[in-house]
Design a protein around this ligand. Structure first.
Ligand code: NAD
Length: 300
């Protein structure tokens, strides 16, 4: 254990019980992944319908494992019971590590993190799955910033091996160690990165979305762009990827990236269509992507 800030950071105990705030695309996926690798997880949202969506997604993923002969029905039932839905913070008293996965909005995330901190033990590690917002900035909402770091999963959680563990200015070694260990327990490959808007992966990805927006503003056909990128060897093109990510998440994350790196991200605001980027136009027209079955492409 390294010396930090004049104190020895606490050695972290293994994560036996986890919690996730938000049962959306990411929260539902994180709950499935934790449950399937044997760590019980409490999943909180603000409405029953959202919880139901998260559970539905997890059930679907478990059912696929049964179909493939990788799980028996009994194992599925057992692992599914590792996900405990709740609408109340009151249930978080004995949770070892919480992943915040609510909407990509610094104010909402700040309020949610401050509220959960009031309801957990002093040693509980709090993490955020934010795609872009600075961990140091989010930590300003907390009384124990040393127990807080980023834990950034990628979509879809069950398929993407990488997890960025983000060290904010006040993050302690114990928080990083516990988060790395939990990511490994979930079968993921953690990398520890320093804090900045977008961390490592989205610092690369968002300028790529910006380039795509510029192409769209210049009159390109999104399906052709996608096909070209697939032939280039990437698993999917930018339009399809944006449908997977969700246009709301992309717009909110794009704003944070533009604030952090104005010289590189100006293109997300793109020319054409009254100065709006293609992503913004889709968002304004409520074409959010796969989450509401219509984005660049239409879904069943
Ligand atoms: P989503 O819109 O699918 O889900 C967000 C959920 O948060 C909703 O169910 C909503 O009801 C819930 N919520 C809102 N306020 C809440 C509150 N106060 N308490 C509890 N729940 C609340 O969004 P998502 O795509 O799952 O994204 C969640 C986070 O994960 C964002 O920070 C996003 O940037 C990040 N992320 C997203 C992706 C992606 O590809 N979608 C990838 C990596 C990280």
């Amino acid at each position: 254990v390294k010396k930090k800030g004049g104190q020895y950071a606490k050695q972290s105990a293994p994560v036996e019980r986890a919690g996730v705030l938000g049962a959306g695309i990411m929260g539902g996926g994180i709950a499935y992944q934790s449950a399937s690798k044997g760590t019980p997880i409490l999943m909180k949202d603000i409405k029953d319908e959202a919880i139901e969506l998260g559970l539905k997604e997890a059930r679907k993923l478990f059912a696929k494992q049964v179909e493939r002969g990788k799980l028996s029905n009994e194992q599925m039932a057992e692992q599914l019971s590792n996900i405990r839905p709740t609408l109340s913070y009151g249930d978080f008293a004995h949770i070892d590590l919480v992943v915040e996965a609510v909407v990509e909005n610094p104010k909402v995330k700040g309020a949610v993190l401050a509220e959960v901190e009031e309801n957990v033990g002093e040693d509980t590690i709090l993490t955020s799955n934010t795609s872009t917002i600075s961990i140091t900035r989010l930590a300003e909402n907390l009384k124990r910033p040393e127990n807080f770091c980023g834990m950034h999963f990628f979509n879809p959680v069950h398929r993407m091996p990488l997890v960025e563990v983000i060290r904010g200015e006040k993050t302690g070694d114990g928080a990083v160690a516990a988060t790395v260990a939990y990511a490994r327990k979930m079968g993921k490959t953690p990398i520890v990165v320093n804090d900045c808007p977008g961390f490592l992966v989205n610092r690369v990805l968002f300028p790529y979305f910006g380039g795509f927006s510029q192409l769209m503003a210049a009159g390109a056909d999104f399906q052709r762009v996608d096909k070209v990128m697939e032939k280039f060897g990437w698993p999917m093109g930018p339009a399809y990827l944006l449908d997977v990510v969700g246009m709301d998440t992309a717009v909110h994350a794009g704003e944070v990236m533009a604030e952090g790196f104005p010289e590189r991200m100006g293109s997300l605001g793109g020319a054409g269509n009254e100065g709006k980027s293609a992503i913004q136009v889709m968002f304004d027209n409520e074409r959010l992507g796969q989450k509401n079955a219509k984005g660049f492409y239409a879904y069943e």
